[in-house]
Ligand binder design. Structure first.
Ligand code: ADP
Ligand code: MN
Ligand code: MN
Ligand code: MN
Length: 330
């Protein structure tokens, strides 16, 4: 019996790329292979030589179609010489991951997002902030059926989803992927984002990864990035963890400039954030750029949480930057 392979890739839309996918019907015994698409329709090529190459990098069962059907995440290559396309941020991460493999960095990313109606207004609006975070009950949370379906879909696909929760603003939720190495965590994150948008389609709900979907006195949406090297996990008295924070403090804008569009609107110093251009770190401090969880502070070892990345950050880029800065200084 033939089956379907959904090829997923990241386009060239600025300032925040979006996910694209198309379906290949595969013969019963067919193996996954490279494919192509029209880059002139995804802001990845001019009209004259528009072909781009899709190179499969990760595949898993398709939990929506079920059966033998699969999802195939790809990165994008240039047809002229099979080199990584300028929009391909995964290739650069793969290089750094190899370079620093001996430090065994792992990540857990907390993906926040906001549900919007088709007219662009957030689900559950207008209402004051307060009862929503980890809330239960009608009028306190909206959209739970989507979360339930998405979480089970991620599990069925074999993704490393580690939890979900309702967030501070109505219609805002979070799921976490990890802990896993940079490439695995990022690949799984993209497939999980695709599944979320695909499932929400059936409910006429738009999933927004915007950093500050509602201007004013509302929480933004982030992608807190938790990380640890082997040295941090085996630390004593937070020595390696402090060294990692010190390394981050020396390259503030190199990170923040690539932590997602509209970051200055979100990292204001209010709403559990630190100002985007002022670096700070501390144990249990949700107002710091980097938080060392209280348990880690007590044990003297573990991991740290970079709270700065936006919900619309590219996971390949944030994990690469942390590798370069933290592992490069170790
Ligand atoms: P928060 O308290 O900030 O809301 P969450 O529970 O949402 O934290 O997310 C914590 C994330 O940290 C999870 O994705 C988890 O997998 C990840 N994590 C746990 N331990 C480590 C570790 N040693 N290194 C990297 N990430 C880790
Ligand atoms: Mn969280
Ligand atoms: Mn959160
Ligand atoms: Mn967090």
């Amino acid at each position: 019996m033939p089956f379907q392979a959904e090829y997923i890739w990241i386009d060239g839309v600025k300032p925040t790329p979006t996910l694209r996918s198309k379906t290949k019907v595969m013969a019963d015994d067919e193996k996954i292979s490279v494919w192509g698409f029209d880059g002139s329709s995804t802001e990845q090529a001019g009209g004259e030589s528009s072909d781009c190459v899709l190179r499969p990098v990760f595949s898993c069962p398709d939990p929506i179609r079920g059966g033998k059907n699969i999802l195939v995440l790809c990165d994008v290559l240039q047809a002229k010489d099979d080199s990584p396309h300028p929009t391909n941020t995964r290739a650069a991460l793969a290089e750094q991951a190899k370079k620093y493999a001996d430090q065994e960095m792992i990540y857990g990313i907390e993906q926040e997002y906001t549900m919007l109606r088709l007219d662009g207004t957030p689900f559950g609006f207008p209402a004051p902030q307060g009862p929503y975070y980890c809330g239960v009950g009608a009028g306190r949370v909206v959209g739970r059926e989507i979360i339930e379906e998405h979480t089970q879909a991620c599990i069925d696909a074999g993704l490393m989803i580690s939890g979900t929760n309702a967030e501070v603003m109505p219609g805002q939720w979070e799921f976490q992927i990890g802990p896993a190495d940079a490439l695995t965590c990022s690949d799984h994150m993209y497939v999980a984002r695709w599944l979320l948008q695909r499932i929400a389609e059936d409910y006429d709900v738009v999933i927004s990864f915007a950093a500050k979907p509602m201007k004013g006195d509302w929480n933004g949406a982030g992608a807190h990035t938790n990380f640890s090297t082997k040295a941090m996990r085996n630390d004593t008295n937070l020595k390696a963890i402090t060294a990692a924070c010190e390394a981050l403090s020396k390259r503030v804008m190199e990170h923040v400039d690539h932590y997602g569009d509209d970051i200055a609107s979100r990292l204001t110093g209010k709403h559990e954030t630190a100002p985007y251009n002022k670096f700070s770190y501390g144990v249990s401090d949700r107002g710091a750029s980097v938080r060392i969880p209280w348990q880690v502070g007590r044990d003297g070892k573990g991991y740290a949480e970079d709270r700065r990345p936006n919900a619309n950050v590219d996971p390949y880029t944030v994990t690469r930057l942390i590798l370069e800065t933290v592992c490069g200084a170790a």
